[in-house]
Design a protein around this ligand. Structure first.
Ligand code: SF4
Length: 54
């Protein structure tokens, strides 16, 4: 199974690498910004359309 841990957007926490942030660059017509949401490294990435291999 492909997991968030293998994704270029996954940034593990230093004190607990089994969890981390999924950080996405969002570009809309007026601005670009980063959006972070908490994820676990073992989260199934096969259903994620933002997955990018590290
Ligand atoms: S939720 Fe999707 S984009 Fe975010 S880290 Fe997991 S696979 Fe990558």
């Amino acid at each position: 199974m492909t997991t968030c841990n293998e994704c270029a957007s996954f940034f593990p926490l230093e004190d607990d690498p089994s969890t981390g942030d999924c950080v996405q660059r969002v570009v809309d017509p007026r601005q670009a910004y980063y959006k972070a949401k908490p994820v676990e490294d073992a989260t199934d990435a096969s259903k994620c359309d933002q997955f990018k291999k590290k």
